[in-house]
Design a protein around this ligand. Sequence first.
Ligand SMILES: Nc1ncnc2c1ncn2[C@@H]1O[C@H](COP(=O)(O)OP(=O)(O)OP(=O)(O)O)[C@@H](O)[C@H]1O
Length: 251
Amino acid sequence: MLKVVNLKKEFKTNKSIFKILDNIDLEVKKGEFISIMGPSGAGKTTLLNILSTVDKPTCGKVYYNNKNIQEMNNKQISKFRRENIGFIFQDYNLLDSMTVEDNIALPLVISKEKQDKVRAEVLRLSKFFGIEGHLSKYPYELSGGQKQRAAAARALITEPKIIFADEPTGALDSKASSELLNCLKEMNEKFNVTVIMVTHDAFSASYSKKVIFMKDGKLNARIDSSGNRKEFFNNIMNLLTSMGGEVNELS
Ligand SMILES: Nc1ncnc2c1ncn2[C@@H]1O[C@H](COP(=O)(O)OP(=O)(O)OP(=O)(O)O)[C@@H](O)[C@H]1O
């Protein structure tokens, strides 16, 4: 579904060039739920932004279903993004001047869907995320967890094939985190939506099916879940502990 080949990203300042991503190869299959972990500054968000077409690599290629993203113009990329990708951010990105219902509906309103369909979709997703009782409220009247579930409903309303989440539980307590992660997991399992999530938190990562670790702009290691979340959590913790030392090369 998504493939990056020999990806490099550099940032130039007046004096020097900073290598942020170095020779990254990665393949993501449909229906995967991948967490990207690694120390601060490792390049996780930069990689996520390139995978989600928000940023461009310095060199290397990004393919979606064998289509080279770099060969698309800005208009085509915007359309592609609208039709295929959903985003969830740490700080929710909800508009405070709109009700929760209007926030969730926004992507469909922008693409000029019929009002009946919009309403039905908002109801379906708000039920899925357990916030149907809050639709007429404004974001500032919701808890952090409710806000993030509203943001997730908005990300899903266009039925994207892939969701990118950057520290989606970063501002949530453990109960709200679990609720959101259970929804993401269910969405991935029930609707086969591919999820790629950046997180620094092993508990959040344990909900995914695969964790890749980055260090100094490189993919450093990868572990897969056997399906047992506690066991996966322990494996992630063990690997994080050993990250300071030698870690097996990504195969
Ligand atoms: N626009 C930019 N210009 C210059 N340097 C940048 C830019 N964006 C990111 N960087 C640098 O690239 C490196 C990687 O940043 P990135 O945000 O991808 O790391 P991260 O692994 O997501 O870190 P964190 O966990 O702290 O969010 C950092 O050293 C950062 O300062």
